[in-house]
Design a protein around this ligand. Structure first.
Ligand code: MSP
Length: 526
């Protein structure tokens, strides 16, 4: 709760992305999904903090910069500019952007590292293991798949170095409970896999529960592009302590740059894809437990956007460029498509054909057509302004009940990060409205002078249903919905508070014909 304004707060984060290459449609998915939730929550009256950013240290970046003959900072600056440009292009309403190279973050991470060391949770040891250079990950023998990196499938090398470690076992039992007995992990079905693969609980001969959870290597000496450990400067803080801390340093934890930690922490939703689930499900809670800080409410884990069955990723080189898609089909159509296709927890395979069909069926034929037909009929039969006489008839009650029940359903799905289902529900109402046109046959009513009041009622019901659907959709498609409001004469009435009420538009509402909101894509031409 914000003390100054009495509003409930809501804190949502994307992962901080590696600026080792340009962003693609996979990064776009997570950011767009968080943006839609942030917008929805703002619409509900929450004081929202939406954080995104970039994770800029590490060996890979150091190497890439070297190849180009520039400094790592110059290298990341260029790519961060592309990330920021993409978020602007995709209409992302983030409140704060953190770069792990920002001074305040560096300062906080150094303090966090020292604090964990002083509390006895970080100790010095030696790391020997299998290392995947492109992924910057050490793996144990048992984690390898056919002797190769379980993340990217490439060769690993034997590596050894002096390093600091973070003790994980003191937190294993609490983490197991967090994953299996609370609503932290979404979907919960992933808990078993995490517990078995990483916590590895077992009962010893004396009946005591033990865990096979390994300590985490948290420093490196083999490269220098990272945050130096203040008390042992040949070490730099290794990726996860640096990266995960961003969620609190961005609010001002252990630094003077911001002062929002008390207000927004703990986070309401961290959204990530499954590749970094274990870090957020196990290491992040352990770090917070060690620092004696409150744990986040929810970790929402989605699957990958795949292409020909493989994860879309920079290192596999099979990426789809969101700028190109946006230019071709429109930013909101892309936002809609990726959110509609991805079910929480499952992968979603990217295909142009599915995307074009989806845009044509739902957006052009479904919503676009509904708006343009309704507005055109009001123009044709009433010169753009409805008369105030009304006559109720068959099918009205069902349409109104369906439309007014929508908000509660969408609320519930957004609350539980099921954005595909939220959109599915909204489009059911749009289909219901299109069916209502077929049922009430306004073109026949229009031929009969004595049916004018009935015709006005039908068209009004359509407008008010569109208002409800478009209001709830405006969090997902923020550029086009204001155009819908404009056309249906709802600009001042399209509020969240009104989204479960019917009869909100004035009886003598005036519409304004405009361009097609979602033009149909010619499949053959494509
Ligand atoms: N820097 C780390 C995250 C640190 S968070 C404290 C990292 N960066 S990343 O650039 O590799 O981004 C990973 C995230 O990007 C995934 O968790 C997901 O949100 C998004 N995606 C990247 N590729 C994706 C797909 N092909 N499909 C869906 N999401 C994808 O990991």
């Amino acid at each position: 709760m914000c003390k100054a304004c009495d509003k409930k707060t809501f804190y949502i984060t994307t992962p901080i992305y590696y600026p080792s290459g340009n962003p693609h449609i996979g990064h776009t998915y997570t950011t767009v999904a968080c943006d839609s939730i942030a917008r929805y929550k703002r619409m509900q009256g929450y004081d929202v903090m939406f954080l995104t950013g970039t994770d800029e240290h590490g060996q890979k970046i150091e190497e890439k910069a070297k190849e180009r003959g520039i400094t790592p900072k110059q290298y990341v600056d260029e790519i961060v500019a592309v990330f920021k440009k993409l978020w602007e292009y995709m209409n992302i309403s983030y409140d704060r952007y953190i770069r792990t190279t920002d001074d305040y973050h560096v300062e906080s991470v150094q303090k966090i590292f020292k604090e964990l060391y002083d509390r006895g949770y970080i100790y010095k040891g030696e790391y020997a293991g299998k290392y995947c250079t492109p992924c910057e990950s050490f793996w144990t023998e048992s984690q390898l798949v056919d002797g190769k990196c379980p993340d990217c499938g490439r060769e690993v090398i034997e590596a050894k170095e002096e390093a600091y470690f973070f003790k994980m076992t003191p937190f294993a039992e609490r983490i197991e409970k967090l994953l299996t007995e609370t609503d932290y992990l979404r979907p919960r079905t992933r808990a078993t896999e995490l517990v078995n693969n990483f916590l590895q609980p077992s009962v010893d001969e004396n009946g005591n529960k033990t865990y096979g959870l390994e300590d985490l290597c948290v420093s490196r000496t083999s490269f220098s592009w990272g945050i130096p450990v203040t008390f042992d400067t040949k070490h730099v803080v290794y990726v996860w302590i640096d990266a995960l801390s961003n969620y609190i340093t961005a609010l001002g934890y252990e630094n003077g740059a911001y002062d929002d930690y008390k207000k927004y922490w703990p986070a309401d939703v961290h959204m990530v894809a499954k590749d970094i689930m274990r870090f957020h499900a196990i290491i992040w809670p352990a770090m917070l437990m060690a620092l004696e800080q409150p744990l986040p409410q929810h970790l929402a884990v989605h699957g990958w956007i795949t292409f020909n069955g493989q994860k879309m990723s920079k290192s596999l080189g099979n990426v789809v460029d969101p700028f190109i898609l946006g230019e071709r089909y429109g930013v909101d159509a892309i936002r809609y498509h990726i959110m509609r296709e991805m079910a929480l927890g499952a992968d979603s395979s990217f295909s142009n054909e599915i995307m074009i069909n989806r845009i044509n069926t739902d957006l052009a034929n479904g919503l676009g057509n509904l708006v343009s037909r309704t507005v055109a009929m009001i123009d044709k039969y009433f010169g753009g302004t409805l008369p105030t006489d009304r006559e109720e008839g068959d099918f009205d009650a069902d349409l109104i009940a369906t439309a007014t029940a929508l908000k509660a359903k969408v609320d519930d799905h957004v609350e539980n990060t099921r954005l595909n289902l939220a959109l599915e529900e909204i489009f059911k109402v749009i289909s219901r409205a299109n069916k209502y046109i077929d049922e009430t046959t306004p073109w026949i009513l229009g031929k009969d002078e004595s049916k004018k009041a009935r015709l006005a009622t039908v068209l009004y019901n359509l407008l008010d249903t569109i208002r409800i659907a478009a209001t709830l959709l405006s969090a997902f498609m923020p550029t086009t919905m204001p155009k819908v409001f404009e056309q249906i004469g709802a600009a001042e009435y399209a509020t969240y508070e009104n989204a479960d009420k019917f009869g909100v538009l004035p009886l003598d509402v005036t519409v304004k014909r405009g361009e097609a909101i979602f033009p149909r894509i010619d499949v053959d031409k494509e």
